[in-house]
Design a binder for this molecule. Structure first.
Ligand SMILES: O=C([O-])CC(=O)C(=O)O
Length: 174
């Protein structure tokens, strides 16, 4: 359960189109953090132009301690693909790094790109957008979400590297 994976190796082992094991996200995400390679167990937030629950998530521990060691979590945010407001900025990104998150994937936008760019954290999103959200306490936590048409469920495993982003129900083991 370490960074010894590559997304290409995982796909080589799961080529059948009918395979439910591996779900590859469409290649529409840009990297905003320093880490281009990250993995972890999925926690989800579903929200629309309101990042109240993104803040709650990144301010909590981004890992699970197990008998086999510390396992990172990846926050997957279904922001409905909105490119009108940013769901994460420099402060929330810094909180995520401080709390040990493995990474964040947002079907939506981020802001404070320069601040995010120095964080040792995987951050993937559609685009940069300077306009912040309003915090109206709306959204859902840990529900199945569709990211760019692909189902991502809480407890799935997400693997991201220079070639793409994919999720699977079980952790990858070589
Ligand atoms: O708080 C927000 O809405 C996002 C933000 O600007 C930050 O994380 O610094």
């Amino acid at each position: 359960m370490s960074q010894t994976f590559t997304t290409c190796d995982i796909c080589d082992a799961n080529k059948q189109p009918s395979s439910e094991d591996v779900r590859v996200l469409p290649p529409v995400f840009r990297d905003f953090g320093q880490a281009r390679k990250f993995f972890g167990q999925v926690v989800t937030v579903k929200c629309f132009e309101d990042n109240t629950l993104v803040k709650v998530a990144v301010e909590s521990p981004g890992y699970t301690d197990t008998p086999h060691g510390r396992v990172p979590k990846v926050l997957v945010v279904d922001g409905g693909g909105s490119v009108r407001k940013a769901l994460l900025g420099g402060n929330l990104g810094a909180a995520a790094q401080r709390n040990g998150w493995g990474g964040i994937v947002i079907d939506g936008c981020v802001r404070d790109s320069l601040e995010l760019g120095v964080l040792d954290l995987g951050i993937r999103a559609l685009a940069a957008m300077p306009m912040p959200t309003e915090k109206r306490n709306q959204g859902e936590q840990n529900v199945p979400v569709q990211i760019q048409g692909v189902w991502v469920r809480p407890g799935d495993w997400l693997y991201a590297d220079e070639d793409g982003t994919l999720v699977m129900a079980q952790p990858w083991s070589v």
